[in-house]
Design a binder for this molecule. Structure first.
Ligand code: PHE
Length: 342
């Protein structure tokens, strides 16, 4: 027994000095000392060789040896917790991964600007469906079925039901407003429109418009000009000049297209203005009496003006975007150039 006790003391010293550098070494310790074939078990097996009168004292020594080894094992384990190890490896001073913030689409930026300028003049926003019937898109707008001006807007018809089409302009929304409201009417209609065009840098099968409608007593062409002049100055700055050219739209009489002095060359002549110094930005005119009558608005009492512009064109002039296809290709290299523009 004396010898056994000495042996246990020697093991204790060995255990005390044991140091594990890795979790694997902690496991080796467990197997060597506390495993089923480990040292503690082996020493306990000696109990049967100890004389009966010494068994009690030896039992205490064994028990104490076992607790000693187990507590050493717990300490080793704590020092090698996987989490603790992981935390030691993180360098908290490293910069984080950047989170790319989304940006507003240039067409949305410009549409919002247009809308906010007209809102300041008291225009309300009106919206309507993109799938329309012939009446709201054409008929009510003074384009009966055989009207040649229908060709001005190549139309997509819905094959299951040719009475339906994709609206070719947001004048269809103006029709819906006149149908449901009485003058005074003062609305702008932003939205997507569709035309059956071959896609190229200068044309697309869909684009975006903002159209406007103002109906009240005594609305004149002077009001139309002043409203649009205000818009241009707010949108492009005080130095931009405007001019009106006579034009034709079935739903307005008289009709005019409005040009602004070219922002790119300042009027000297360049590719964008085709060397004329002017760029067309919208169509406009006094609402045709027939259109008012179509909605039971007395054309002897009320007059109105209307206008319509393409958001893509305004955006092209504001941001010098020269290929219409860029707007719908979702190329982040294009889109992220508008970061920070609201
Ligand atoms: N609806 C016309 C177009 O899409 C634009 C326009 C609107 C012209 C109102 C005059 C008056 O081309």
């Amino acid at each position: 027994m004396e010898q056994l006790v000495q042996q246990i003391e020697a093991y204790k010293q060995e255990i005390d000095l044991f140091d594990a550098k890795t979790p694997e070494e902690v496991e080796e310790f467990r197997i060597k000392y506390l495993g089923t074939k480990g040292l503690v078990k082996a020493v306990m097996g000696e109990m049967k060789n100890v004389p009966n009168e010494q068994k009690k004292a030896f039992g205490q020594i064994l028990n104490e040896f076992k607790l000693f080894t187990e507590s050493k094992y717990e300490t080793l384990k704590e020092n090698h917790q996987p989490q603790a190890d992981h935390q030691q490896q993180i360098d908290w001073s490293l910069p984080g991964d950047p989170i790319a913030a989304g940006t507003r689409h240039p067409l949305s930026i410009v549409r919002n600007q247009i809308v906010s300028i007209f809102k300041r003049l008291g225009f309300a926003v009106a919206e309507g469906p993109e799938i329309e019937d012939d009446w709201h898109n054409f008929g009510a707008m003074n384009l009966p079925e055989d009207h040649p001006a229908r060709d001005m807007q190549d139309t997509f018809y819905i094959s299951q039901n040719p009475a339906w089409l994709l609206r070719t302009h947001t004048s269809s929304v103006q029709a819906r407003v006149m149908e449901s409201q009485k003058p005074p009417i003062r609305v702008i209609c932003p939205g997507r429109v569709y035309r059956n065009e071959t896609i190229s840098a200068r044309a697309h099968c869909f684009f975006h418009q903002v159209e406007g409608l103002y109906i009240d007593d005594n609305v004149s062409f002077a009001d139309l000009k002043q409203t649009l002049y205000f818009f241009v100055q707010e949108m492009f700055g005080k130095n931009v000049k405007v001019r009106f050219r006579p034009s034709y739209f079935p739903f307005t009489e008289p009709s005019a297209e409005m040009d602004i002095s070219c922002l790119i060359c300042g009027g000297d002549g360049c590719n964008i203005c085709k060397h004329t110094g002017w760029v067309e930005i919208l169509g406009s005119g006094m609402v045709h009496p027939k259109v008012l009558d179509n909605f039971g608005i007395d054309s002897n009492k009320y007059t109105g003006f209307a206008f319509g512009m393409g958001v893509e064109r305004i955006t092209q002039l504001k941001f010098q975007v020269n290929d219409l296809r860029l707007y719908s290709q979702n190329d982040v290299r294009f889109l992220k150039q508008f970061t920070g523009v609201i």
